[in-house]
Design a protein around this ligand. Structure first.
Ligand code: CP
Length: 348
């Protein structure tokens, strides 16, 4: 067994494919026993949720409880001080507490810290506006600066660049349904959405299939490429396990013979910050929705989506309400994935 104690879990790219597969095995084992033995008895997790959440927050709280521990979720800026992470900043504005204190303080008070901080996640219909370019935001400065000053493990609960616990839950769901995923076809399809959503989740979802050595296809319209560094890393990891990664704009070709179809809407990195323009230009792409007819091209593929999902926008009812849908199993695996990662990094 690998000793994961004390390691941050900020991106699955910080872990080898074999380590991730071990975490999947631990997830499956915890799921089978329901967390028996309470390995996190007396341990406390603090979670900073800068954005809304259902699955991530509840899976972490439930995971900690089932393993005998406790979780505290706080909303920075609402029920805490406003936090600062800039180096050498004169804090005479809106921020009251720096990560140089916050990291060590939470390390005194807790055994692990989870952070969700993404610029583009909001509720309602308003489009969030980023405060910088994608390249700037993808550095996830707050999370990495916090981790630098934390002496306890930090878990990424979704940032601008990655959503690793979602990726691991997808990996678990694939393995549960296809115990030998090598040689099987995984398709990540872009979907139309009224808003420009983050690329963090599709990055981590794609990596999950590549870390299983699957033959992966990303199908998306022109202008909707994922980040080049993530694509390069994903391809390298897939090929190292005998798999592959290709991109296409041809939906018919992509769905043909697929064993897994994962849908996700994401905003164009080419348009990043010009979302009104993007919204106008992508009206022509509204038929990029997963339908029963498209799924009929597959080799009896099952359907994944991280949720929440807009029905009959991203995916048709006929798919979501059919036996082809694995989205509830996938969301349920968020619980055991969170439990496995938290137990691993806390050394339980
Ligand atoms: N998939 C996911 O992260 O869901 P929440 O935003 O509800 O946590």
């Amino acid at each position: 067994m690998t000793d994961f104690r004390g390691r941050h879990f900020l991106s699955t790219l910080d872990y080898t494919s074999a380590e991730l597969r071990e975490l999947v095995d631990r997830t499956v084992a915890l799921k089978a026993t329901g967390g028996a033995g309470k390995p996190l008895d007396g341990r406390v997790l603090a979670m900073l949720f800068f954005n809304p959440s259902v699955r991530t927050r509840v899976s972490c709280e439930s995971g900690m409880a089932r393993l005998g521990g406790h979780a505290i979720a706080i909303n920075p800026g609402k029920d805490t001080w406003n936090f600062e992470c800039g180096e050498g900043v004169v804090m005479d504005g809106n921020t009251q507490e720096h990560v140089r204190e916050l990291g060590p303080v939470l390390s005194e008070l807790c055994h692990a810290v989870g952070i969700r901080k993404s610029e583009l996640i909001t509720t309602g219909s308003a489009q969030a506006q980023p405060t910088g370019s994608y390249e700037e935001l993808a550095r996830d400065e707050f999370m990495h600066r916090f981790a630098q000053f934390s002496s306890v493990p930090v878990v990424n609960l979704e940032s601008n660049a990655f959503h690793p616990t979602q990726g691991l839950a997808d990996m678990t769901t694939i393995v549960e349904r296809i115990p030998e995923p090598r040689g099987k076809k995984y398709v990540l399809t872009w979907a139309w959405h009224p808003k420009s959503l983050p690329v963090a989740t599709p990055h981590s979802q794609l990596l999950s299939a590549c870390d299983l050595g699957m033959d992966c296809t990303v199908v998306r319209p022109p202008g909707y490429a994922l980040a080049p560094d993530v694509m390069a890393a994903a391809r390298e990891r897939a090929e190292a396990l005998g798999g592959s990664l290709v991109e296409t704009e041809d939906e018919a070709e992509a769905y043909e013979g697929a064993h897994v179809v994962c849908a996700k809407a994401w905003g164009s990195l080419d348009y990043y910050g010009r979302f009104d323009q993007e919204a106008r230009d992508k009206q022509a792409l509204r038929d990029w929705m997963v339908t029963g007819a498209k799924m009929d091209r597959t080799d009896d593929a099952f359907f994944l989506h991280c949720l929440p999902v807009r029905r009959n926008v991203v995916v048709a009812d006929e798919v979501l309400d059919s036996d082809r849908s694995a989205v509830i199993q996938e969301a349920g695996n968020r619980l055991w994935t969170a439990a496995a990662v938290l137990a691993a990094v806390m050394g339980a």
